[in-house]
Design a protein around this ligand. Structure first.
Ligand SMILES: Cc1ncc(COP(=O)(O)O)c(C=O)c1O
Length: 393
């Protein structure tokens, strides 16, 4: 179909709640995507972080094909080998946590909040952070510390309050006898690529231990591998009681997970929570293949190596253009702070065949695929350099 024909379908039949770029993407491979007119783009923001191992990784394609011929889906009335094997991998790469499977980041956040309430009942309050992002369903949206995302949707879910990132005193002020959990992203993504400090996370861990409440890490963006470790919490060496993940966990298939220490997980008893598609056979087969691909292709090492190259490129961009304030980077969560508003720069990059994102007005955001190459980084940064110079001219 021609781009215009696809756009016509959307204008008639799809609720226009997204601001879409005026192109349709028809193919993806590794760090590259193609539009319906055959134009090729280097993708530094693949699927908003979903295609962490690149688009259509051959190992995942193969696993999905094989599983599709055997069994698409079996409901949670029964055991399934794929779900059990994927849980084993997740638990083994982690620290013996147990898994609950669902479909998205927001659904995982909902389940994590329910688990914390069940575990600590009758305590029910949750402290999250300003500028956080946890999803669009009601509890996840209420947990999200950005009033703009809650506008027109009141009344919100009771019991949520918002502290400041890297300010332990502001968390302590909000935790009281009715609090069941503190929930944070170890590195805020949507909020502008803001990493929690080690000291802050350690302080939260100590506080939750002292009060007997749950520390929840929202690792929807940071797990797997994004920070250069299997789980984001391993980068900081701070153990949450509950964590959530989604996005890249199953190589591009829709999948969300909650993982919890067994002593916390046991509070989720039959009848209290469920998800029809959760642990879907194809999704789990894709998840297993994703973890194998990360391991076999040495992607954790690639993130470490390429990350340093990116730092050097940003430094030279700063010197050559004067348009860059600095970089916030943990593994492959990358935010480059611009001296100017970034929307036009993103468009200029796209026109020249590079996809990047901008958040919070002036944070040029990248979530590259874990297997991106040095040459691809050089190509992308060449485009960014020209675009920054043009923006400043
Ligand atoms: C940290 C974080 N949590 C939760 C979500 C929500 O995930 P989903 O869109 O899969 O519901 C996102 C999505 O961007 C996210 O970045």
């Amino acid at each position: 179909m021609k781009t215009q024909e696809i756009k016509d379908l959307f204008s008639k039949y799809v609720i226009p709640n997204y601001n879409r770029a005026p192109i349709a993407i028809v193919k993806g491979e590794g760090s590259w995507i193609w539009d319906s007119d055959g134009k090729k783009y280097l993708d530094f923001f693949p699927g908003w972080g979903v295609s962490g191992i690149g688009h259509c990784h051959p190992k995942v394609v193969e696993a999905v094909k094989k599983q599709a011929e055997k069994l698409f889906h079996i409901d949670n009335t029964y055991y399934s080998e794929e779900q059990g094997r994927f849980a084993e991998i997740l638990s083994t790469k982690g620290n013996g946590q147990q898994c609950f499977f669902c479909n998205s980041g927001a659904e995982a956040a909902e389940g994590a909040i329910k688990l914390a309430r069940l575990h600590c009942q009758p305590r029910y309050k949750v402290v999250t952070l300003l500028n956080s992002f946890h999803g669009r369903t009601f509890a996840a949206m209420t947990a999200t510390g950005q009033p703009g995302k809650q506008k027109g949707l009141t009344p919100l879910v009771p019991g949520f309050s918002y502290a400041k990132i890297n300010n332990l005193a502001s968390v302590k002020e909000l935790v009281d006898d009715e609090t069941c959990a503190v929930m944070v992203e170890p590195v805020q993504g949507e909020g502008g690529v803001n990493p929690c400090t080690l000291e802050f996370l350690q302080g939260l861990r100590d506080l939750c231990d002292e009060k007997g409440i749950c520390l929840i890490f929202d690792e929807v963006q940071t797990t797997p591998a994004r920070l250069g470790t299997w789980f984001g919490y391993q980068h900081f060496n701070i153990q949450p009681d509950i964590l959530t993940s989604a996005k890249a966990i199953a190589g591009g298939m829709p999948m969300g997970i909650i993982m919890a220490k067994p002593e916390v997980a046991k509070s989720l008893v039959p009848g209290m929570h469920a998800s029809t598609f959760g642990g879907n056979s194809i999704g789990c087969a894709a998840g297993i293949a994703t973890f194998e691909a990360i391991e076999e292709d040495g992607m954790l090492g690639n993130i470490e190596r390429i990350g340093k190259i990116i730092d050097a490129r940003v430094e030279s961009l700063k010197n050559s253009t004067g348009g860059i304030k600095g970089i916030r980077r943990v593994g492959f969560m990358i935010g480059i702070e611009l001296e100017f508003e970034g929307a036009a720069l993103v468009q200029e990059c796209m026109d020249n065949g590079l996809r990047v994102n901008c958040t919070q007005g002036n944070i040029l955001r990248m979530l590259p695929a874990f297997n991106i190459t040095e040459d691809e980084i050089a190509t992308g940064f060449g485009i960014i350099e020209d675009a920054v110079k043009k923006s400043l001219a």
